[in-house]
Design a protein around this ligand. Structure first.
Ligand SMILES: Nc1ncnc2c1ncn2[C@@H]1O[C@H](COP(=O)(O)OP(=O)(O)O)[C@@H](O)[C@H]1O
Ligand SMILES: CCCC(=O)OP(=O)(O)O
Length: 364
């Protein structure tokens, strides 16, 4: 029988599925499988893409000569599940049911746990998710929005935020439980979170609040938004797309590619400069707000995600927030490594695997 030694990590995104194979901490191979808009538009719901993405992953494994019989575990990026504490979770039937139902909405990461379990079950091994986008460690006060029917929700890039928090703690020679950080994940969507002694006690909701991002509007003047919704000019879907996908840089400049916008700015495009500066300005303001959550006791501010490659952006934010705390820039993200890391902590016994049903409130 083949030795089981590899962990397969799966990270489904809106336009790609990243897959990687690890042996211990070492990355053996990684691939970003791209999905064109025309490939995806055939599917009504995101979870309908399950068979399509599964086949692409299985074909890739075959192509690179990795047999599923050599896998020790499979891990996927976790989705919009019920609000739950951070950690490494076993994928259970109840979790699969919630991922399929989209209990907090639709998101490509809902496929992560489903794909991981689909592959793991064939081999009789365990499937996990790590720090899903539904991680909720809010202080109760952070849930109050001002309208009882609509609580503030914790939806964020928890996987990368937790991973860079641990990285900063290690580099500072401190334990995370002794640090207060503000982490801004600056990607296609933006999450700005105060990480208080390792706990994410607040965050803008990366899907619909906080700063605008390359493709999302962030928070909007609600009165004008209500008028637009009732104007009769737009369907529900069109409004949703305007907020997510066609908002932010896409709305103003027609592209979600910040590299392209940076070039426009460097070539003297005044509109591009105003919009790019405004995105930095809103991120700086959100960081300032989160500093008040930590009552000003902030050890470090961390800027991470794809946008953090842009000095134009990070320099602007630094000018605004460096008075609060020193700024660390970790450009990009390594969610694949973070997924594998979560599984290794469980396999090595450093951490206990969590069971979804024991950690969330299920009333239905
Ligand atoms: N070198 C770079 N300079 C400026 N922006 C960049 C750079 N690399 C990536 N980006 C921008 O980062 C954004 C995507 O960030 P990323 O973290 O990859 O997003 P996600 O994983 O949420 O799709 C895009 O707007 C992309 O253009
Ligand atoms: C749902 C919050 C996390 C998020 O926005 O992730 P993506 O940027 O990958 O869509």
């Amino acid at each position: 029988m083949m030795e089981r030694k590899y962990v397969l990590a799966i990270n489904p995104g809106s336009t790609s599925t990243k897959v990687a194979v690890y042996q211990g901490k070492e990355k053996v191979i990684l691939k970003k499988i791209e999905h064109s808009a025309s490939d995806l538009e055939k599917f009504d719901k995101i979870t309908d893409q399950y068979e399509y993405r599964l086949k692409l992953i299985m074909d890739w494994l075959e192509e690179v000569g990795i047999k599923t019989s050599s896998l020790v575990a499979v891990v996927g990026r976790g989705g919009l599940l019920r609000p739950m504490p951070g950690g490494t979770y076993l994928v259970t039937e109840k979790m699969i049911k919630d991922l399929k139902a989209g209990v907090q909405g639709e998101h490509a990461s809902n496929l992560g746990g489903m794909l991981a379990k689909g592959i793991a079950d064939k081999e009789g091994i365990k499937a996990y998710i790590v720090d899903p986008v539904a991680v909720d460690e809010f202080d109760d006060i952070a849930r109050i929005s001002g309208m009882p029917e609509i609580p503030r929700r914790s939806l964020l890039h928890a996987l990368n935020i937790k991973a860079v928090s641990y990285r900063a703690a290690e580099e500072l020679g401190e334990e995370l439980k002794n640090l207060n950080l503000i982490v801004a994940h600056l990607g296609g969507g933006i999450s700005v979170a105060p990480v208080k002694k390792g706990k994410i006690v607040d965050v803008n909701n990366a899907n619909e609040m906080g700063p605008f991002s390359p493709e999302r509007t962030g928070g909007l003047p609600v009165g004008d938004l209500i008028k637009m919704c009732y104007s009769g000019k737009y369907t529900y879907k069109e409004i949703k797309n305007k907020l997510r996908g066609k908002g932010g840089l896409v709305g103003y400049l027609g592209t979600n590619d910040a590299k392209e916008v940076t070039l426009m700015v460097k070539n003297g495009d005044k509109k591009a400069k105003l919009i790019f500066d405004a995105m930095a300005y809103q991120i700086g303001k959100e960081i300032g707000a989160m500093a008040t959550v930590l009552e000003g006791k902030v050890d470090r501010i961390i800027l991470t995600g794809g946008l953090a490659y842009s000095d134009l952006l990070t320099d602007y934010i630094k000018r605004m927030v460096e008075f609060i705390a020193p700024v660390i820039v970790y450009p990009g993200e390594d969610e694949m490594e973070a997924l594998n890391g979560g599984v290794l902590r469980v396999l090595s016994g450093k951490e206990k695997e969590k069971i979804y049903e024991n950690e969330v409130r299920i009333d239905d």
